[in-house]
Design a protein. Structure first.
Lengths: 316, 212
């Protein structure tokens, strides 16, 4: 039964441009185009969420590292104290500590200037006991134990109070972690929403292509073959949508990076940069967006295949 | 459940046999063809296809058996978004064969049925007769052991009808069992050697053909 019904040698090659292996599930349909749009939007939002989470995680890491590399000694003098000598003594003690890279005292004028945002400019603060600040830069990444320095300051300059910013850094860290967890949850919700949309689209495509499925069965196609065709169809749609959404997200972050570079040189730019980082995704961030797009494509194909296989198994 | 279309029929289709299934419209010819094609399950009774009880077939078995059957449907059942070539090649593609391995075979068969210049056309632009021939070519391309053809010459002129019938006869000589549902008496008379299965009032009467 394997003998060909006609002699293949007699056959002549068809003319060029001859269509020979078109997808068995029609590529262009209203439902297919709508799914591409949905996937593109979802991918864009998922990439934005993932990118934002990465930016916040990076910025949080930078904040913590900066904050923990600095410590502050606050000298609160009594009316009878010689402030300058107390400050000089505290600076000397701090500078001698092995974990300290440098210690620098703010002048009286600099300390008073720090109060301007609250008290206004042009006030005579000479009668007020304005505390004096000593900025201490630590060696390493701020993991040092400052107990020895604290003890030395307490015994030599009891008016001095060392703040290593750990409480503040911990709060910042908690806040940033909460934002990253929220972003991850949003990302997961978007993936679930996208999966649901793909599920509906697959069921719709199966209903719309029932005739094709029936013909395929009648000509001897297995369920696996049919599911593979649907998988390829939806993987194509998924890839199409993911590429559009992913490219839009990459363009968004590239533009944001350019704008933040421009803002950094404008008034207030430093504050924005300090709060949100530079808005610039690292190359690993862009790679992560690529991974999101690839995952969306794979998810679309696999999910539709699973749904199709389940549906076909119920058919008689 | 509605009334029975056909009931209490006993017949077999022998390997390498040739028969017409005939009877008035609505007598149940198409239903019988669908039962033999395993696309319908009987509400009662037993159907054995290639020695296997149809009721006990798994999905994989069903796929394997269908690959041994070629079917020509009354409504052609061509896929509109594929070309004529792709429609005819569909059974081979569904078997997982590479396009380059079957191209020559499909092209030659299409030329044989007179569709050599319509290979790249899609079914919506084909005439009824062209669709008919494409549907026949699709059924023949796998060299089936059993060919079921439902009114395969209903949309073609008498000359082409005879030519297509000769193709079925040739296939039968090569070892295929052929069942052709038709109510074209003239056509059946031209192939007097064929057995006739006549369905009417839900019953079946068999007339053996005359030796050729």
């Amino acid at each position: 039964m394997n003998e060909p019904i006609v002699d293949p040698i007699l056959a002549v090659q068809p003319e060029p441009g001859f269509q020979t292996n078109a997808p068995l599930i029609p590529r262009d349909s209203v439902a297919g185009r709508a799914l591409v749009v949905v996937i593109a939007i979802m991918t864009f939002l998922a990439c934005l969420t993932a990118g934002a989470a990465l930016l916040i995680a990076d910025a949080s890491q930078a904040w913590r590292s900066d904050v923990l590399r600095d410590a502050t000694i606050q000298v609160k003098p009594q009316p009878s104290d010689d402030v300058e000598s107390l400050v000089a003594k505290a600076v000397a003690i701090a500078a001698q500590a092995p974990e300290v890279e440098s210690a620098h005292a703010l002048s009286k004028a600099e300390s008073e200037k720090l109060l301007e945002p609250w008290l206004g400019a042009g006030l005579d603060l000479s009668q007020l006991p304005v505390p004096r600040l000593i900025l201490v830069r630590l060696r390493g990444q701020g993991a040092e134990d400052l107990a020895t320095l604290r003890k030395a300051l307490a015994s030599a300059v009891p008016q001095a109070d060392l703040d290593d910013h750990r409480v503040w850094a911990a709060r910042l860290g908690t806040m940033a972690d909460a934002v990253v967890i929220l972003a991850a949850a949003l990302f997961a919700l978007m993936i679930v929403a996208m999966g649901t949309a793909i599920g509906f689209a697959t069921r719709g495509a199966m209903a719309g292509n029932r005739e094709i499925i029936e013909v395929l069965h009648l000509v001897g196609a297995s369920d696996t073959f049919i599911a593979r065709e649907f998988q390829a169809h939806f993987r194509r749609l998924g890839l199409h949508g993911a590429v559009i959404g992913g490219l839009a997200a990459i363009a968004f972050f590239a533009l944001a990076s350019l704008l933040s570079f421009w803002w950094a040189h404008s008034p207030g730019g430093e504050e924005i940069a300090a709060m949100f980082g530079s808005f610039a995704l690292r190359s690993s961030g862009y790679l992560a967006l690529g991974v999101v797009c690839a995952a969306v494509t794979l998810l679309t194909g696999l999910l539709s295949r699973t749904i199709v296989m389940r549906h076909l198994q119920t058919l008689q | 459940m509605g009334p029975e279309v056909v009931g209490d029929l006993n017949f077999s289709v022998a390997p390498q046999s040739f028969q017409f299934l005939t009877g008035p419209s609505g007598a149940g010819k198409t239903t019988l063809m669908r039962l033999m094609l395993l696309s319908l399950r009987p509400t009662r009774g037993t159907i054995r296809v290639f020695g296997r009880d149809a009721a006990a077939l798994s999905k994989d078995d069903l796929t394997t058996l269908r690959r041994r059957i070629g079917a020509v449907f009354q409504d052609f059942r061509l896929l509109d978004h594929l070309t004529t070539y792709e429609n005819v090649a569909l059974p081979l593609r569904a078997m997982g064969r590479q396009e380059s391995a079957y191209r020559a075979e499909v092209v030659e068969l299409l030329r044989w049925v007179g569709l050599g210049d319509r290979m790249n056309a899609s079914p919506p632009v084909l005439s009824g007769g062209e669709k008919q021939r494409a549907a026949i070519a699709r059924a023949l391309i796998v060299r089936p052991e059993l060919l079921l053809a439902d009114e395969p010459t209903g949309n073609v002129d008498p000359g082409l009808a005879r030519r297509l019938l000769r193709l079925f006869v040739e296939l039968h000589r090569l070892g295929t069992a052929v069942v052709i549902a038709t109510h074209d008496l003239q056509l059946m008379d031209q192939f007097g050697f064929a057995r006739r299965l006549v369905v009417g009032n839900g019953k079946l009467t068999i007339f053996d053909g005359q030796p050729s």
